[in-house]
Design a protein around this ligand. Structure first.
Ligand code: URP
Ligand code: ZN
Ligand code: ZN
Length: 533
């Protein structure tokens, strides 16, 4: 670690590239005993040992006698935590006329170096065809080097889409994303969204929304361009928080009427956060996902006179004015928001340059897959807003629970996957391009950000992949993790729907009296719907 810190900027760049290209698969999942650390789960913290064998956690206890042949790792003074779970990434994704720069290998390698051991990537349909999109995403992901699953986006509503959603659920996709923005490409209208919500309900799959009013964004973009605004600042100006709040509230209301849980991705504003909080207060099953960038950054760099720097910060929904990030951090600390993702969608400077004369053409997205665990540690734990256990909840356990893979992921316990990290709170380091293990990035939205505490070891399925500053990952060693439908968020939903249908006024057709009905047959005046379901 000290050696890596002493390396010059250019040497570090070279090292990152070399680490990616000279990987070995030498280090098989053997027996590892992590000794004397502070073991942290979302509901407990104690001094103890963690024994890993054959890719699984074999034992977690205050003191474990080293088995013969075990590799011993001394974790004294460190936290031993479940590996990070990033529930929102875009690797190798065609988008806005280009493709995100990190593929499954470079992105996952960077993730492991930053303490994330599992992610859920957004697969896109191919020309609205879900099964073709899934096939292509599986091919792309075969290059990877860590565990992954998929969400699937729905970009149009047809009979085939409804059928294919069921096929994908059988393949282990238990969540579908609907874009309420990106008019003319990914955006669905309300009718399509409602059909999708209902189909998700039938399949026990979690609907997710990118919540911005895309029609209004397009309208704002035209107005700004007509007024001569062409630079990156046109991006936040055309997507004010009100448009995020409106779409978030609309999606929540629609999901509430359909009777399905809802997951709101990248909550970037107070406006959207308050919609999520109000819905939860009403008793609705809504999950709000802030992303690392939204918790730590603001929109100021987007106004930078240097186009390359400004464009690097363009993402949707946009980074907001200074008051939003602290409010999101507090909402996360208090449980109004539930978990932290990255929305990692990286484009290098030449890709971003496509929008030099028209902000609408700047590919949207920022980095974070390597930085998230450190950014959240700094902003939430070092700041005193969250405890280490709460950190585990928001970076790992909550995602595992929501996407129905807990406690296989998201917990240090016997039988769980051996995805474990060791974080040394004494080590200071600085984020940026020079520290990145993605060789494709030439900007970093966290450039120069200082962090107190560092992931010094990452173990992925029992393999030591990041240790003492060396990344040892093998291309093609990743594994697809199917996710079962009807996760915990669906518990009790049928009962909620049944009760809603038993309200005094519906949905049994009201039988009018004979005079009103134009018949003298009469009929029941009861409007009780008891038993309709
Ligand atoms: O700017 C972003 N967020 N790019 C990735 C696509 C999306 O909207 O999630
Ligand atoms: Zn989005
Ligand atoms: Zn995204």
């Amino acid at each position: 670690m000290a050696r890596a810190q002493a390396l010059s900027f250019s040497a570090l760049l070279l090292c990152a590239a070399l680490c990616i290209h000279t990987v070995t698969a030498s280090n098989e999942a053997g027996i590892i005993l992590i000794q004397g650390g502070t073991v942290v789960n979302h509901d407990q913290q104690f001094e103890g040992d963690v024994l890993l064998r054959g890719g699984l956690i074999a034992e977690v206890a205050p003191r474990i006698t080293p088995p013969p042949g075990a590799r011993l790792l001394n974790a004294s003074g460190c936290y031993v935590l479940p590996g990070g779970i990033d529930p929102h990434t875009h690797l190798d994704m065609p988008f806005m006329g280009t493709v995100t720069a990190d593929d499954f290998y470079t992105g996952q390698a960077a993730a492991l170096a930053g303490g994330t051991t599992y992610h859920i990537d957004f697969a896109l349909p191919l020309l609205h065809d879900l099964l073709q999109g899934y096939r292509v995403w599986k091919e792309r992901a075969a290059r990877g080097c860590m565990d992954y699953s998929f969400h699937m986006a729905v970009t149009k509503w047809t009979h085939d889409v409804a059928t294919d959603m069921a096929t994908l659920v059988a393949e282990g996709i238990n969540s579908f994303k609907f874009f309420m923005a990106y008019k003319g490409s990914l955006q669905v209208n309300d009718e399509e969204l409602i059909e999708g919500l209902n189909r998700c309900k039938e399949l026990g799959a979690l609907p997710m929304v990118h919540a911005e009013n895309g029609d209004m964004v397009a309208w704002m973009q035209e107005k700004l361009l007509a007024a001569g605004v062409t630079g990156p600042e046109g991006h936040p100006l055309s997507r004010p928080p009100a448009l995020e709040g409106e779409a978030t509230g609309r999606a929540i209301r629609l999901a509430g009427v359909v009777g399905v849980p809802l997951y709101v991705v990248h909550v970037m504003s107070i406006d959207a956060m308050e919609e999520v909080a109000r819905a939860r207060q009403r008793g609705q099953r809504v999950i709000g996902e802030p992303v690392a960038s939204g918790l730590a950054l603001d929109e100021v760099p987007v106004w930078d006179a240097n186009f390359t720097r400004a464009a690097a910060f363009v993402m949707s929904p946009p980074l907001r004015s200074a008051e939003h990030a602290p409010a999101l951090r507090k909402a996360l600390a208090s449980g109004l928001l539930q978990l932290v993702a990255t929305d990692h969608a990286v484009f290098n400077s030449s890709q971003k340059a496509a929008g030099r004369r028209d902000f609408r053409r700047i590919p949207n997205g920022v980095n974070g897959i390597q930085e998230r665990m450190h950014v959240v540690w700094q902003e939430m734990v070092v700041s005193g807003l969250a405890t280490p256990s709460e950190y585990v909840r928001m970076t790992s356990t909550a995602a595992a629970q929501i996407f129905n893979i807990y406690p296989r992921k998201g917990r240090l316990a016997a039988g769980s996957d051996a995805d474990v990290i060791i974080l040394d709170p004494r080590v200071k380091h600085t984020l940026g391009v020079g520290a990145s293990h993605s060789p494709r990035m030439d900007t970093n939205v966290y450039e120069g950000k200082e962090i107190q505490g560092r992931v010094v070891t990452t173990i992925s399925r029992g393999r030591l992949v990041w240790h003492e500053g060396v990344l040892d990952v093998a291309e093609g060693s990743g594994r697809y993790v199917p996710l079962p439908a009807f996760g915990p968020l669906f518990e009790g939903m049928a009962e909620q729907a049944r009760r809603a249908m038993q309200l005094p006024y519906g949905p049994t057709p009201v039988v009018r009296d004979s005079e009103e009905a134009g018949s003298d047959e009469g009929g029941s005046k009861s409007c009780s719907a008891a038993g309709v379901l």
